[in-house]
Ligand binder design. Structure first.
Ligand code: ADP
Ligand code: MG
Length: 348
């Protein structure tokens, strides 16, 4: 589906490991005060004074987490950074540095890695983070990328999954289900392309959901918004596996129950229309589709006036006593237990 727009191929062996690292990282500059030494020594040196540090890592494996037949490498580099930043923001922290490790087979020319790094560089610029290190090695099969992100948060401002209390409001940012439906569209086009390679797909009517899949964003803006509104959530998690699975994580770790209202779940019109086209129930997609990288949080009732009417924050339910269990209240006012069917790389 994706044409090779750059026919020039430089074999990795032509550069060798050290030249390759130098080549790929030459554009990275240091912008953060907390970065004392970045790429180029045995280890990076960081200084956070009296701030607390959060650290998180994600590993992306070709064939398991991404399919290069429809994911452009630039987008992949971008997304590999975003999924990590999202975890930092879910702690109510601000990301400052990342390290990037890659294992590549010789099927990838230098130009392909340049694309990957262009995506990493774009994300680093937009989210204001320094790339301070990594590792580079060969792989016998596909491409593996591991990103580690480091962030800072004032002592006491970190938000864990375990702080939700009965009567707290359950709040979600943005809208959900888009990334999953974008993937459905891309998978369908891939099948069409296999049959007719001359058929370049027109994805314009799916632009929003395809972008949600290929170029997700992390909600740094929400961490900044919460600070401005002077709201500290009682618990928070990012939505990587699907709303229901993340709700269950919050409830189990906080020892509480939940009532989630089907009619409150925010859906983009493109998610609704694409679900109709694919004949899938949009609530099922909202609950179980992954990779939206929105934030799910609980806030105390007292803070409700501060968030009321904010277009970024939607109240979708409330926290109950653990004995009440975890329920979806449907449009028909039926109570259905919430179960985790989220996207899971280990079972799919
Ligand atoms: P070492 O032998 O100590 O592991 P390397 O030669 O692997 O050192 O790395 C040299 C420098 O380049 C280090 O600062 C390392 O963090 C950085 N680096 C290596 N690979 C990458 C990469 N893929 N992306 C960013 N930085 C990298
Ligand atoms: Mg190394």
């Amino acid at each position: 589906m994706l044409e090779d727009k750059n026919p020039h191929r430089t074999q990795l062996s032509e550069l060798g490991e050290f030249k390759l690292i130098e080549h790929l990282t030459q554009n990275f500059s240091i912008t953060q005060k907390s970065t004392i030494k970045g790429i180029g020594d045995d280890a990076a040196v960081l200084s956070f004074k009296n701030k607390q540090i959060v650290v998180t890592t994600d590993l992306l494996v070709e064939g398991v987490h991404f399919d290069l037949s429809y994911v452009p490498l630039k987008h992949l580099g971008y997304k590999a950074v975003i999924v990590n930043l999202s975890d930092v923001y879910a702690m109510n922290a601000i990301a400052k540095q990342i390290t990037v490790s890659i294992a590549v087979s010789n099927r990838f020319p230098v130009e392909a890695l340049e694309e990957l790094y262009a995506g990493i560089e774009t994300a680093a610029k937009i989210y204001n983070i320094d790339v301070v290190g990594g590792d580079t090695t060969s792989s016998t099969s596909g491409l593996i990328i591991s990103v580690t992100a480091i962030g800072e948060v004032e002592e006491g401002n970190e938000v864990l999954r375990s702080g939700a209390k009965p009567n707290d409001l359950l709040v979600v940012t943005g809208d959900v289900g888009g990334a999953y439906m974008g993937l459905q569209v891309l998978e369908r086009e891939k099948e069409v392309f296999k049959v007719n390679p001359n058929n370049q797909p027109d994805l314009s009517m799916y632009a929003y959901i395809v972008e949600r899949q290929l170029k997700p964003e992390a909600r740094k803006d929400i961490v900044e918004l919460l600070e401005k509104l002077e709201v500290k959530p009682t618990s928070m998690i990012d939505i990587s596996d699907g709303l229901s699975s993340e709700i269950i994580h919050l409830c189990k770790q906080s020892n509480v129950g939940v009532a989630l209202y089907e009619n409150k779940i925010p859906l983009d019109p493109q998610v609704i229309s694409t679900c109709e086209e694919f004949d899938i129930d949009s609530t099922t997609i909202a609950l179980n589709g992954g990779e939206d990288y929105e934030l799910l949080m609980t806030i105390s009732q007292e803070d409700h006036p501060k968030i009321k009417g904010n277009p970024n924050l939607t109240v979708i339910g409330y926290i109950t006593d653990e004995n009440n269990g975890m329920y979806l209240v449907t449009r028909a006012e039926q109570k259905i237990p919430i179960i985790a069917k989220g996207w899971n790389a280990l079972t799919s």
